[in-house]
Every structure is written in structure tokens, then in C-alpha cells.
Design a protein around this ligand. Sequence first.
Ligand code: HPA
Ligand code: ZN
Length: 319
Amino acid sequence: MDDDLGAFIATLPKAELHVHIEGTLEPELMFDLATRNRIEFPYADVDSVKKAYEFSNLQSFLDIYYQAAAVLRTAEDFADLMSAYLSKAARDGVTRAEMFFDPQTHTSRGVPFAEFMEGFASAQAAYADRISSGLIMCFLRHLSEDDALETLDQAEPFVDQIIAVGLDSSEVGHPPEKFARAYKKARSMGLRAVAHAGEEGPPDYIWASLDLLGAERIDHGVRCLDDPNLVKRLAEEQVPLTVCPMSNVRLKVVDRMQDHPLIRMLEAGLKVSINSDDPAYFGGYIADNYRNAATALGLTHEDLKRIADTSLASAFGAA
Ligand code: HPA
Ligand code: ZN
């Protein structure tokens, strides 16, 4: 690794706007929590867990990711998870983190809403002097809109702890319009709106996220390049796109980092940031994403500074 580049990236103030807190669960912590909670686990050791991280697409990742989340049970578990992430993010120069969490992954296993909200809050408070942070509650798009509405009801007592709603999980076949009522309700509760769109799904899902959900940022959005009219709109309206280069390579959205559309997106005048998505699964945290993209795509220090500044300008909250 180029040490100068590494030092430059780590000291560049930046926001992380696309990270799933459940996707920061490292295999070591997974084993500790399985032991602490006496949960049977289908892997013998950390190495066999890591060997399972060979993904062919989004779904092949999600299957393992939801299974692994089963070790998270108590407020203490969620606090440990959050603390581990915030410490790594601060190390990487993140001054503002807006983190996704998936309540349905936990409530469906009988974990009460209060348990994870309490755990997240205690870790966020412990790190507040080093990193500003906020939570984005995601609806799992493979589940029904009624389930999402029920989740919103459960979130009501904790709404002050949440800045926005988002939409994640299996994209293709679960278009944004399925969640129009849930987003309307969320916005009436004072929540901001973002949505995963155009990762594996078509440009139409980006249009619908903007027009039918009121999404203020698009998570991923790389497939916008298939639709010149959409690129024009995203550039004109300066809609932030939270791009995750290592995720895109690991989930085979792009073949190789050298082929990543980030360059074309920057050239089109799009408001692009670099993020880690699920760093424990995709081989690196946010600084690794900056460095790998920079090396493969020939990004200059000026390019990286522009991307980091864009991330801070795209955040809902202050650093
Ligand atoms: N896409 C959709 N759902 C997800 C992702 C992703 O990249 N990561 C975690 N849940
Ligand atoms: Zn994501």
C-alpha cells in the first residue's frame, strides 16, 4: 500500500452515509456473541466463516448476512457492535456517520425494539466526542408493506433517535412503489428519506424512489448510467448517490474495480460519495474503499478531497 495515500485518506474529514451496522459484524465478534448468548453456530472457526464470504450476487450475500445477525440479542451486543464500528470509522477520518439498521431482522427473532435502540444509543453517546452519528431505519423490501408499517409503529417511541428511513435487502422484484404508504407515513413522522436503488435493479427504481418515495439520497445508484435522462436529472438536481465500490465488486455488480463506473459518474457531474456498505463482509472499511477505488481508477488527491467534501455536504446532520 502507498503509505502517503493511506495517510492522506485517513486524515481527510469525511462522512459515511452508506453502512449497514449489521454489516460491520466481524467474524471474531460473531463468535464472541455466539458464545456469550449460547447460540449454535454453523461454522467451526473464524477462518471457515471468512471462507463462506464468496458471493455471486446480492442474494447470496444476504442469506449469510441475515443468518449471522442471529448472534445479536441484547442491548450489550448491539452496543459492542456499534462501538467497534464507530472506533474504526473515527480511525478512518469519518467525522459524521449515518448508519442503517434493519429492525425487522431482529424483531422477527423476538428481540424487542428497545433492546437494539438502547444498545446503539449507549455506544453513540460513548463516541460522541470523536464522531457525530445518526441512525437510518431500513425496511426490508422482500417483506410486505404492512410489515414495514408495523415496524414504523414500533419505532414511534424511538423516533427522536432516528434521522431517516431507508429501503434495503433484495432489490429486483421489490420496486419502490411497494413502500409508498410507509414512506409517506415516515415523512409525516418527521423522518428524512433515502432508498437503495439501482444496485442490481433498473434505472426505473431510481426514478420511482425519487418520485414515489421522496428519497433525498439514492444508495448505490450505479445503474443510473443506463439511462441518460436519469443521469441528467440526478446531475441537475444534485441528488446524492452513496456509492460502495468494494461492495459492487464483491457482489458482482461490476466485474473488476478497474471497471467501476465511479469515474463516469464523477465526469457526468453527479454528487457521488464513497462508502463501505457491509465492511466486515466485503474486505474493507471506508478508507479501504477510498484507497482501492483511487488505486484502480487513478483518482488524484483532489478527486478524493472532492468526494469527501461531497459526502459531508450530502449528510443530513452536522459533523
Ligand atoms: N443492498 C441491499 N441490501 C443490503 C445491502 C445492499 O448492498 N447491504 C445490506 N443490506
Ligand atoms: Zn447497502
